[in-house]
Design a protein around this ligand. Structure first.
Ligand SMILES: Cc1cc2nc3c(=O)[nH]c(=O)nc-3n(C[C@H](O)[C@H](O)[C@H](O)COP(=O)(O)OP(=O)(O)OC[C@H]3O[C@@H](n4cnc5c(N)ncnc54)[C@H](O)[C@@H]3O)c2cc1C
Length: 247
């Protein structure tokens, strides 16, 4: 069936869908929302690690009634004991199935999710961890900050223009800095300049970056040309593409 081909592929790959129920909705700003879910089976035996994300199945009414599409969202907390977890949503202005779903979400709404975990970790000997991205990467950045060893120095660089960005959730560490960068030019250009100015080439450095595609490309430029990092010393991922729907 043409409808829900993504679900067909995942079924073939034997990736299970789990039903969840919305428990709470909390707004940090009018455009950044935390949703807490009750998980029935999702968390059973789940190993958590920084940046762990799930696939949320949301309706895409523009493709017909009952048509579901998947979008990636990052766990911001996992409570195995109480069988609950939370996700943070950027409520972006441009319409999109997941953003629209999150704008309308209310307690007791039900939604299916699936997991395809790919474990990521910093290499042994890392003493400085640089985390870069936009607001969609903030949940993953906070998940890093909650779990890196105390002795690792962390530096966060986020390109985000909203004036109320100071109200966003920010995990603070003794050996950690946060730098918010205003966009200037193409996505990620100002972010890349800020990184070049603040981070010298050094041993023991690991960089993680995610967000909009052009932003991530600009970050990659810094990693390769300025910091001269080898593969294995960094990880970057496109989370979304400006002007283009996912999938
Ligand atoms: C591994 C992974 C983890 C992710 N974790 C998170 C997370 O924790 N929180 C989070 O908010 N996002 C996260 N994202 C990004 C999120 O999946 C995308 O933003 C996704 O495009 C949203 O889907 P949508 O249905 O709302 O919009 P789509 O249908 O994909 O796109 C519709 C339109 O909206 C635009 N758009 C999409 N996202 C944004 C945005 N953030 N800002 C402005 N315009 C946008 C697109 O460019 C397009 O024009 C993650 C993505 C991945 C791959």
């Amino acid at each position: 069936m043409a409808a829900n081909w993504q679900r067909g592929i995942m079924r073939l790959m034997r990736i299970e869908n789990h039903e969840t129920r919305v428990l709470e909705v909390e707004d940090f700003t009018p455009w950044y929302r935390r949703v807490t879910f009750a998980a029935d089976t999702l968390l059973d035996g789940l190993e958590t690690f920084p940046t762990l994300w799930l696939r949320l199945w949301v309706p895409n009414p523009s493709k017909g009634a009952g048509f579901l599409v998947q979008r990636g969202y990052t766990f911001v907390s996992v409570d195995h004991k109480r069988k609950r977890f939370s996700l943070d949503f950027v409520l972006h202005d441009v319409a999109g199935p997941a953003g629209d779903w999150a704008k309308m979400v209310a307690p007791n709404d039900r939604v299916e999710v699936a997991l395809t975990p790919a474990k990521i970790d910093i290499p042994e000997g890392t003493h400085t961890l640089v985390l870069a991205g936009d607001a969609t990467a903030l949940p993953a950045i906070n998940s890093w900050l909650e779990s890196v060893p105390e002795n690792v120095q962390t530096h966060v660089f986020i390109e985000e223009d909203h004036a109320d960005r100071e109200y966003l959730p920010m995990v603070q560490r003794e050996r950690g800095t946060w730098l918010w960068v205003n966009r200037d030019g193409a996505r990620g250009e100002a972010l890349a300049s800020a990184m070049r100015a603040a981070v010298p080439e050094q041993a023991g450095l690991y960089v993680w970056g995610a967000g909009e595609k052009t932003l991530v490309k600009n970050v990659r430029g810094v990693l390769r040309e300025h910091l001269r990092l080898e593969r294995g010393q960094y990880f970057t991922q496109f989370y979304w593409i400006e002007g283009k729907a996912t999938g």
